[in-house]
Design a protein around this ligand. Structure first.
Ligand code: SF4
Length: 379
């Protein structure tokens, strides 16, 4: 087998078995971690596979032909995912985001969405079910996803310039097909749609204003473009600070052409800083967002947990250890819902993660050495 240039830590073997408390207290939805942060948002990776090879997430030289993806038997079944999602709602989760890899590669995803759409919070409210996709299959699947109960969708698009985009996804995939996916999603009512652009200085930062112009002039405000600072996720993307373009400069560049004004967050724990266009007509909602994990960390009210494709719970995007919930689901002991919910609660109560606040410090360096890959737990 060819020598790999970049080491990859196989997180499939780096996890702890959660403790099942002797007395499983009934969840009261008031769960908080060691920093007082509630649990509101569960990101569920439904596959570790992707048909793109974006260099900042799944570099081709690591995730090459020899890379062994998880066999189907290792993945959580739709029933197991739905059972876990239901238990997380008992602890306060109100939003589910389906991610990957590329979630639309998971066969029958509509069936999972149907199952999740039947779930209710303890107050009887439906969950906010959304999905992050590279849109390569969205034009074909938008109607079925919406009919299954999907509410919204986030699309990754790193450039409008076809040559730049093809280089960044590293599989020669055209911009036109991603835009066709966005149009299909708008047409079936999966709005507002968020489009995420990862900005890498010297690679696609020249696309910032063209992207802003395109999405402010098309889709009648139904698409919100967000600019994401290039992050040191995992250990394979060769991240360097000098390739990060701070969000403040992104806003400056757009403001110079299309004046912006700051908008208030829509909810606690929102990752994006919102900016509206000054020339919006009355009632018009055209805006952009910036997500600044590197230059303006937002760990203070981070209420997000992540579930890997085979059932490991991660408490931070930059975590280096997971908690193996699948081992409880599939244990011959037949743990009850109350026991597994209590085990989830115990894990969250012990959470102290704040990697983005620690980045660059000694503690941050120590944590950085074995970070999980974003393609494994979803963005
Ligand atoms: S670095 Fe971790 S704790 Fe901080 S906002 Fe991101 S996921 Fe949350």
């Amino acid at each position: 087998m060819a020598e790999r240039s970049i080491p990859l830590i196989d997180h499939r073997h780096h996890s702890a078995r959660p403790t099942v408390p002797a007395h499983a207290a009934v969840p009261d939805g008031l769960l908080a971690d060691r920093r007082g942060r509630p649990l509101r948002d569960l990101r569920i990776s439904v596959t570790d596979r992707c048909n793109f090879r974006c260099s900042y997430c799944m570099p081709k030289e690591v995730f090459d032909k020899q890379h062994r993806f998880l066999p189907h038997s290792e993945l959580l079944s739709f029933e197991e995912i739905t059972r876990l999602a239901r238990l997380f709602t008992l602890h306060g989760v109100k939003k589910l985001r389906l991610t990957g890899g590329e979630p639309l590669l998971r066969k029958g995803l509509e069936q999972l969405i149907e199952q999740l759409a039947e779930l209710r919070t303890p107050d009887g409210e439906p969950l906010d079910i959304t999905l992050t996709t590279n849109a390569s299959l969205l034009a074909r699947k938008a109607a079925a996803l919406q009919a299954a109960g999907l509410k919204r969708v986030t699309v990754s698009l790193d450039a409008l310039d076809d040559a730049v985009f093809r280089r960044m996804n590293d599989v020669d995939f055209p911009v036109a097909d991603v835009l066709a996916g966005i149009e299909a999603a708008v047409a079936v009512g999966l709005a507002p749609i968020k489009v995420n652009m990862v900005v890498k200085r010297g690679v696609n930062d020249q696309e910032i204003v063209p992207m802003a112009r395109f999405f402010r002039d098309n889709f009648a405000g139904k698409v919100v473009l967000r600019f994401i600072e290039y992050m040191d996720v995992g250990i394979t993307n060769g991240w360097r600070m000098d390739e990060v373009l701070p969000s403040a400069q992104v806003v400056e560049r757009i403001h110079a052409v299309f004046p912006l004004r700051a908008l208030d967050p829509t909810q606690i724990g929102e990752t994006a800083e919102r900016w509206g266009y000054v020339d919006n007509a009355a009632g018009e909602q055209r805006e952009i967002g910036v997500i600044s994990s590197v230059t303006n960390a937002f760990c203070g009210d981070c209420n997000r947990a992540r579930l890997s494709t085979e059932g490991k719970l991660y408490l931070c995007l930059f975590a280096s250890r997971g908690h193996d919930l699948r081992s409880l689901l599939r244990d011959a002991a037949g743990y009850t819902d109350a026991q597994i919910a209590a085990a989830i609660g115990l894990v969250w109560q012990g959470r102290d993660d704040r990697y983005s606040e620690l980045r660059g410090s000694a503690a941050g360096e120590a944590a950085a050495a074995a970070k999980v890959e974003m393609s494994y737990i979803g963005g």
